[in-house]
Design a protein around this ligand. Structure first.
Ligand code: NAI
Length: 265
């Protein structure tokens, strides 16, 4: 057993991939989703099976909550507290894309507000709640599993890449990037390490509508590693942190992008 991990937006896509990799290393899980309860229940069942396949027994409990809403964030943390009584890892994964990709000269305030609420305000204040509880746990002493709590936030290459047809998404991810150095600096004295994982182009429902465009760009050499990323690629990076393989790193950005971030000439 590797403590308890809470993953937001784990009903599908990258969050689901993270949950599966954490299950394989024996983490108990809180699986959050916005509204698709059947999909979240499937993730939970698949996590139990993935753990069993490697001889581990875990629990994976589902909690629907909209991370953009204050009362729901509180409900999510209280759910974890009631179910498990401890939290070792928060993964801020849930995020949304704009409903329409609109040129920044046309894009609406409504879309901007929606993205800031879910992609920035949600993780920012959920992290605050989780961090307070982790500090409290550290003071109280948790046994028998060693307590080395961590926070991971999933941002995007959009944090530094300009896509003029979804400026709201880029601005939100750039803002979200600041969460990690802020909380890393604040929480180091409490033994809580904080990381950003920055995925590149990952095959999920979110990127389904632009599949052909990215197929072409990848084939043309957009990324040094010429393939789509997978939820498993991101999940394995999260699992490495959960296993405490980076104990002297905090505030760190880990690119999981096939080398997209490398400037080439
Ligand atoms: P997805 O759309 O397939 O899944 C999103 C998940 O977040 C779902 O489980 C959904 O229920 C949940 N969610 C959405 N709004 C929520 C809310 N208000 N409260 C709670 N849960 C909510 O997306 P995907 O592709 O798996 O993306 C996951 C994260 O990774 C997002 O933050 C996204 O911005 C980021 N990302 C995705 C990339 C990609 O290429 N797919 C690349 C870089 C970053």
């Amino acid at each position: 057993m590797n403590g308890v991990s809470l993953i937001t937006g784990a009903s599908r896509g990258i969050g689901r991939g993270i949950a599966l990799e954490l299950a394989k290393i024996g983490c108990d899980l809180v699986i959050n989703c916005a509204s698709n309860l059947p999909a979240a229940e499937r993730t939970s069942a698949d996590c139990l099976a993935a753990a069993r396949a490697v001889g581990k027994t875990i629990r994976a409990e589902v909690c629907p909550a909209n991370i953009g809403i204050s009362a729901d964030r509180l409900k999510l943390i209280e759910f974890a507290r009631a179910q498990f009584g401890r939290l070792d890892l928060l993964v801020n994964n849930a995020g949304i894309a704009p409903e329409v990709r609109a040129d920044i000269l046309e894009a609406t305030e409504e879309s901007f507000d929606r993205l800031i609420s879910v992609n920035v305000k949600g993780p920012y204040f959920l992290t605050q709640l989780a961090a307070r509880w982790m500090i409290e746990q550290g003071r109280a002493g948790v046994s028998p599993v060693p307590f080395a709590p961590k926070i991971i936030t999933i941002t995007s290459i959009s944090a530094y890449t300009a896509s003029v047809n979804r400026g709201d998404y880029c601005v939100a991810k750039a803002a979200l990037s600041m969460l990690t150095p802020l909380y890393a600096a604040r929480l180091a004295d409490h033994g809580i390490n904080v990381y950003e994982i920055r995925p590149g182009i990952i095959a999920t429902d979110m990127t389904g509508p632009v599949k052909e465009k990215y197929d072409r760009l990848i084939a043309e050499g957009l990324t040094p590693i010429k393939r789509w990323g997978t939820p498993e690629d991101v999940g394995r990076a999260v699992a490495a942190i959960a296993r405490d393989l980076l104990p002297f790193s905090t505030g760190e950005v880990i690119n999981v992008d096939g080398g997209f971030h490398i400037r080439r000439l």
